[in-house]
Design a protein. Structure first.
Length: 133
């Protein structure tokens, strides 16, 4: 079912029917691979690993989350792999360099926090304006 390698603190996400448990896995993983991006499915949610300060790796088929992937890549918080072999090489590189992995995770969280703060600021302005009506 699930694989967990304690030596490298690497985990493979559980099946979707265990979705509520996934937060436990984010908390113990060092990095995150976005499923559905090595095949033309398009990927899923890149915000979840960013909340946990985890860097992400995506494959070439990340069209469902392209904007977020591009933004995280620009922040050096995400790496795009072109194929399975490159995914393996990049994963190995990150697992061997805990400092880089940690830095990328911090950048992912920092980006997400800035985005959330921006939205919250706009909501606060909107609420204030609506209260005056």
């Amino acid at each position: 079912m699930n694989e967990y390698n304690q030596k490298n603190a690497t985990c493979i996400s559980p099946p979707s029917y265990l979705f509520g448990i996934i937060c436990i896995f984010y908390s113990i993983c060092n990095l995150f691979f976005l499923g559905g991006t090595l095949v033309p499915i398009g990927g899923h949610n890149l915000l979840e690993p960013a909340v946990w300060s985890k860097p992400s790796i995506v494959g070439p088929h990340h069209q469902n989350c392209k904007d977020i992937a591009d933004r995280l890549e620009k922040e050096n918080a995400l790496i795009k792999a072109k194929a399975e072999q490159e995914l393996f090489v990049l994963t190995k590189k990150l697992l061997k360099n805990s400092k880089l992995t940690k830095e990328m995770g911090i950048k992912a969280y920092s980006w997400l926090k800035r985005e959330a703060d921006f939205v919250q600021n706009k909501l606060d302005i909107l609420i204030k304006e609506l209260q005056q009506i």
